[in-house]
Design a protein around this ligand. Structure first.
Ligand code: GLC
Length: 541
């Protein structure tokens, strides 16, 4: 691939915390159990704040802790303004907000606006008749002439997307489980009610929201069928048999995002993050034409695309081309819906990936456990929890439990996570792969994270600086970050074989951090040797 200069001068006048900072995702089920019921909770998160402070992250995004029947582990909410007793109380959450803030850590809630639980009072009322005050709050449709579902829309979790309601003698649409009923965001009352939910939390001191499946919010107003997917393979989930042309990324969604943003802007220094599995070009639309949409529409390309030097360089280039003027990028390596990065890329290459994550231009999000190199979990069939896997078992990469196993804190029987058998099994090898053990090992993934974070925080070039691709060749990727007089080159080997190349740009530079250690302080000439699965941060004079 040709070397491309991306000298895009930084046009961001100020750099709020969510641009300079690092986000850390907590999956509350699995961080820390404080009351011996085998599942994590809010007091558990509170008891681990030292870990986050020491790691050096700026914000915690906590996956849903709202009251829920837990059909989809909290993404099926029955009360947007409360805390599920499994996780604690509203007072516990207030305490977490206060204590995190005392330590300079922001708290981001998960906001799930696309659907409610079928147990939510709104749905209970809506489904009770065709003429109640909330009759039009969900996606109700009459049956097709043959009495079947109104169209071919499917559920992401397997099976059809329409559920029959005998009381109304109508179907309702659910993009996920039938117990997750899609709200009708074309109804202004729904919009107003959801804005009030945002205000409820913002008034309690929440610093922002990660908005669940934001690109699903509106569906085709004419309810047209989705077209078939010519590329579907039998080892893929059923839902991919058809494309999502009529059910996702519809015109008008961005106006809804702007509406949410206006609410957040009533509260200073808040951030709106959107969940989007979209191309770089499409996700950039969610910033809004005047940067009045999401501040950080999630960029999940590293979860979706091959980890190859030319691919990553291509992503950087596309991103820098499509970002609206002044918009800020972001990168994600792992979350609760995808296999662990240490398994996807291999443990050695995952270290290179984290060097990328923490030196790239854009806000990094770290998924809990990735900082100690957790592998994807092994889940015996009788321990499967994920509804997606239960509905369509055995599809590759389908069981999300593998990314949700308990955090491994120490070598005690349940890894310091709990005093009883946890909801998902602790993984083999936890006796050595845990926070306490890695604390004593300067070569560990934990130390690598801490070093990279410290370096990023110490240098504007690495946090808010501009980016320029310097060289892409085989498994080799080098880019420059610069800000004012500061310049760094990051040189990565995305493969397992050693690299011997020339890099005149690094001439006279000094290695300040290497993925595998042992090279700190080394001065470089124009020739660059890099071991397999290694990476360097080089400071230029
Ligand atoms: C998002 C969540 C996922 C959930 C789904 C439905 O993709 O990340 O965990 O199952 O939305 O709410």
């Amino acid at each position: 691939m040709a070397v491309t200069t991306l000298d895009r001068s930084s046009d961001v006048a100020t750099h709020p915390w969510w641009q300079r900072g690092i986000v850390y995702q907590v999956y509350p089920w699995s961080l820390q159990d404080s009351n011996a019921d085998g599942m994590g909770d809010i007091p558990g998160i509170l008891s681990r704040l030292d870990h986050f402070e020491k790691l050096g992250v700026d914000a915690l995004w906590v996956s849903p802790v709202y009251p829920s029947p837990m059909k989809d582990f909290g993404y099926d909410i029955s009360d947007y303004c409360g805390v599920d007793p499994r996780f604690g109380t509203l007072q516990d959450l207030d305490q977490l907000i206060a204590e995190a803030h005392r330590r300079g850590i922001k708290l981001i809630m998960d906001f799930v606006p696309n659907h409610t639980s079928d147990q939510h009072p709104w749905f209970v009322e809506s489904s009770s008749s065709r003429d109640n005050p909330k009759a039009d709050w969900y996606m109700w449709r009459d049956p097709a002439p043959d009495g079947g579902p109104p169209n071919n829309w499917r559920s992401m979790f397997g099976g059809g997307g329409w559920q029959w309601c005998e009381t109304r003698r109508q179907y309702y649409y659910h993009a996920f489980l039938k117990q997750q009923c899609d709200l009708n965001w074309r109804n202004p009352d729904v919009v107003a009610a959801m804005h009030d939910v945002l205000r409820f939390w913002l008034r309690r001191g929440i610093d922002g929201f990660r908005v669940d499946v934001i690109w699903h919010l509106l569906k085709d107003p004419e309810w047209r069928d989705n077209p078939p997917n010519p590329d579907w393979r039998p080892d893929e989930p059923e839902v991919r048999r058809i494309l999502d042309t009529m059910t996702c990324d519809q015109p008008g969604i961005i106006d809804l995002v702007k509406g949410m943003r206006r609410v957040l802007d009533e509260f200073p220094d808040t951030v709106l993050i959107g969940e989007l599995y979209l191309s770089i070009e499409r996700l950039c639309a969610y910033y809004g034409d005047s940067l009045d949409g999401a501040q950080l529409p999630f960029n999940f390309r590293l979860l979706m695309d091959p980890w190859k030097a030319d691919v990553v360089a291509g992503l950087i280039q596309q991103y820098e081309t499509h970002l609206p003027k002044g918009a800020w990028p972001n990168w994600v390596l792992g979350n609760h819906d995808n296999g662990r990065v240490a398994s996807r890329f291999g443990p050695a290459q995952a270290r290179v990936a984290v060097m990328y994550l923490l030196t790239a231009r854009g806000t990094p999000t770290i998924y809990y456990g990735d900082e100690i190199g957790l592998l994807s979990g092994i889940i015996p069939p009788d321990r499967v929890q994920d509804p997606q896997e239960k509905n369509e078992p055995g599809l590759p990469g389908h069981n999300r439990d593998i990314a949700r196993t308990p955090m491994q804190w120490d070598a005690s029987p349940f890894a310091g996570f709990s005093s009883v058998e946890p909801w998902l099994p602790i993984q083999p090898g936890y006796e050595t792969r845990n926070v306490a053990a890695e604390e004593h090992d300067p070569d560990s993934m934990l130390w690598l994270h801490r070093r990279l974070i410290r370096l990023r925080r110490a240098h504007d070039a690495l946090s808010i600086g501009d980016i320029k691709i310097v060289k892409v060749e085989g498994d080799f990727l080098a880019f420059e970050r610069s800000w004012g007089s500061e310049r760094f080159i990051v040189a990565l080997n995305l493969g397992a074989k050693p690299i011997d190349t020339s890099l005149s740009e690094a001439d006279g530079g000094r290695i300040v951090l290497s993925v595998n250690g042992g090279r700190d302080g080394e001065m470089l000439g124009t020739r660059l040797m890099l071991a397999g699965d290694d990476g360097l941060v080089i400071e230029l004079g």
